[in-house]
Design a protein around this ligand. Structure first.
Ligand SMILES: Nc1ncnc2c1ncn2[C@@H]1O[C@H](COP(=O)(O)OP(=O)(O)OP(=O)(O)O)[C@@H](O)[C@H]1O
Length: 213
C-alpha cells in the first residue's frame, strides 16, 4: 500500500488542556471517516493535518513529506474543505474557485466543470458569497478542494447542510476516486459512512466515560 497520510505521536493542548493525545495512524488511498463525540477533537485534528495550526507534538507526513520540515511539498499534496466558508463575502463563486486554484499554483483543473455540474453550482457561479445559502457556500468549499490535484483531500463535515443530490454525488465521487486519492473527513453522518464504505477512525470520548459517573 502507498502511504499517503501518516501521523505519529500527535498531541494537542489548548491552555494546558489535552484535546488529542499520542495519536498515530497511516492510510493509503481510500475513504476514511473521522468520528467521535462533540468536542472529541475532529476539527482540531483536521486543522493540524492541513497545517492551519502548527504542530505541538508528533509528526505528520503527507505523500512521504514531513509537514514540519518539508512544508511546501507536504501541503502541495493536501487540499482542505473547512466546515464553514472561508471566502470573502464580496467574491463570486467563480472568483473563489479561481483564487484557490491559483494559490495552489494549478493552472488547470480538468475536473472542475464536472464538479460544478455535479454539485448543481452552475447557476450560482456569478453570485456573491454574501448572497448564497449556507449549503451553496459549503458546496463551493468542497469543489475547491476536490478540483485540486491533491492526493489527500481533508474535509470537515462535508455532508453537513448539502442537499440529497449533492450528497449522493459526493459519495459516488469518493467511491470512484478512492483507488487514487485519500478522502479523509470528519462526520456525524452514519449513513454517509455506510454509503461511502468508509473506514472509521474513532477519536476517544472527550469526557473519558465520565458521562456515567
Ligand atoms: N482555539 C481553541 N481554543 C481553545 N479550545 C479550543 C479551540 N479550538 C477547539 N478547542 C477545544 O478543543 C476541543 C475539541 O474541539 P473540536 O472543535 O476539535 O471538536 P470536534 O470533535 O470537531 O467537535 P464537533 O463534533 O462538535 O464539531 C473542544 O473542547 C474545544 O472547546
Amino acid at each position: 500500500m502507498t502511504t499517503l497520510l501518516e501521523v505519529s505521536g500527535l498531541g494537542m493542548q489548548f491552555s494546558g488542556q489535552a484535546v488529542l493525545r499520542d495519536l498515530s495512524f497511516a492510510f493509503g488511498p481510500g475513504v476514511v471517516a473521522l468520528m467521535g463525540e462533540n468536542g472529541a477533537g475532529k476539527s482540531t485534528l483536521l486543522s493540524l493535518l492541513s497545517g492551519v495550526h502548527p504542530l505541538q507534538a508528533g509528526r505528520v507526513c503527507v505523500g512521504g513529506h514531513d509537514l514540519a520540515t518539508a512544508r511546501q511539498r507536504a501541503r502541495r499534496q493536501l487540499a482542505y474543505a473547512p466546515d464553514e466558508s472561508v471566502a470573502y463575502d464580496f467574491m463570486t463563486g467563480e472568483e473563489f474557485l479561481r483564487m484557490v486554484l491559483a494559490l495552489r499554483g494549478q493552472l488547470e483543473a480538468p475536473s472542475l466543470p464536472a464538479l460544478v455540474e455535479g454539485f448543481g453550482l452552475q447557476p450560482q457561479l456569478h453570485k456573491r458569497f454574501e448572497a448564497m445559502s449556507l449549503g451553496t457556500r459549503k458546496k463551493f468549499m468542497l469543489v475547491s478542494a476536490l478540483a485540486s490535484d491533491a492526493q489527500v483531500v481533508l474535509m470537515d463535515e462535508p455532508t453537513n447542510g448539502i442537499d440529497a443530490q449533492a450528497k449522493a454525488y459526493l459519495v459516488a465521487l469518493f467511491r470512484r476516486e478512492c483507488g487514487q486519492r485519500l478522502f479523509f473527513f470528519s462526520t456525524h453522518d452514519q449513513q454517509a459512512v455506510v454509503d461511502a464504505s468508509a473506514e472509521v477512525l474513532a477519536l476517544p470520548d472527550p469526557l473519558g466515560g465520565m458521562r456515567d459517573a
